[in-house]
Design a protein around this ligand. Structure first.
Ligand code: DAH
Length: 340
């Protein structure tokens, strides 16, 4: 009996099944009604009393080892079955994957980039976390200018010099640092302002900045480029008008309106009866900005413009509330499925 116990123990220890079904076979052979271990238990009843203690311990140890091994193997196989991929059923009918659509802001950003790339502009980018120099100082903002005020700008608490860019005009500065004229770049990006969120204001939005610097660049070039852009974006019949304005980084500066594409300029509630919609700011790059960035204003001139992507998308698609762009409600987003 002693030898038989040793033999079974060895078999339990050396049992390495290849499939889960082998475990159950093994259990039946050992512990089933007619199993070998069960038979040993039966035999144990007739063992001489003086040997019962020794053999009883050995037998019990064998039983526990066998049960432990069987349970451990079962768990092992169950775990690997759960992580293994289910077998592909090649006869199953396919389910159609629902396609997502491009976000309206991306659609309009791509259209703006596309239109200007036809005029020879390339895309430039810059960091969203900026310093005072690139967002304000190099763009001729006087030190006391209200745009630097805590009201508008998100500063990094421990470093008042580090801030979230409030406009993509900072990429003008980054481009001038990297590149000598001629420069012709379009700079799309996210910007941040400390604004209360409402239907017409958000603390995060998107802008596209344009910059063109070369010899003999004139205001007429600026006007013609923007007219081309407006017609491409809003339709061939679109007209533009320029109103004098002020920006620290351009002189002279202007704001540009396009004729209202909803009423054709007759006046409606979108254009508030004026027939015009404001779309961007622009101007001739201020000589101070050129000098601050190592470009000789006596040799070169340039123009710049900046527009909000949300605003253009609102006018193009009739979106009534800025917050819709950030909610990612698929009922809103699916309305742009067919636009690309
Ligand atoms: N940076 C201006 C803003 O955020 C937009 C702008 C206006 C950009 C005029 C320009 C410009 O380049 O010439 O409101």
């Amino acid at each position: 009996m002693n030898a038989k116990i040793d033999e079974l123990l060895k078999r339990v220890e050396e049992f390495h099944p290849k499939a889960a079904a082998e475990i159950e076979d093994f259990r039946v052979k050992m512990l089933g009604k007619k199993g070998e271990l069960t038979a040993l238990m039966e035999e144990f009843k007739s063992v001489a009393p003086e040997r019962k203690r020794e053999l009883g311990q050995k037998l019990n140890n064998l039983k526990q080892t066998a049960l432990g091994r069987i349970n451990a193997l079962r768990e092992e196989f169950a775990a690997s079955a759960a992580s293994a991929p289910a077998e592909d059923d090649l006869t199953r009918t396919g389910t159609a994957e629902e396609l997502g659509s491009r976000h309206p802001i991306s659609i309009v950003r791509n259209q703006i980039v596309d239109i200007f790339s036809r005029l020879g502009y390339t895309v430039a980018e810059g960091p969203e976390i900026e310093d005072d120099w690139h967002v304000f100082s190099a763009l001729n903002f006087p030190p006391e200018h209200p745009a630097r005020d805590m009201q508008d700008t998100f500063f990094i608490e421990k470093h008042p010099d580090i801030l979230l860019r409030t406009h993509t005009s900072s990429i003008q500065v980054r481009t001038m640092e990297r590149q000598k004229p001629p420069i012709r770049v379009i700079c799309p990006g996210r910007v941040f302002r400390n604004e209360a969120i409402s239907y017409r204001a958000h603390c995060i939005f998107h802008q596209v900045e344009g910059l063109y610097i070369d010899r003999n660049v004139s205001f007429a070039d600026l006007k013609q480029s923007l007219l081309y852009f407006a017609k491409e974006m809003f339709g061939e019949d679109t007209r533009i008008r320029m109103r004098p304005s002020y920006f620290p980084f351009t002189e002279p500066s202007a704001e540009v309106d396009v004729s209202c594409n909803l009423c054709g300029g007759k006046g409606c509630n979108v254009c508030k009866g004026t027939g015009w919609l404001e779309i961007l700011g622009c101007g001739m790059v201020d000589p101070n900005v050129l000098s601050a960035n190592g470009i000789d204003p006596n040799e070169y001139s340039g123009f710049a413009f900046g527009m909000g992507i949300e605003r253009i998308a609102m006018l193009k698609f009739g979106v009534p509330d800025l917050r819709l762009y950030f909610e990612n409600d698929v009922r809103f987003l699916h309305q742009f499925d067919s636009v690309l």
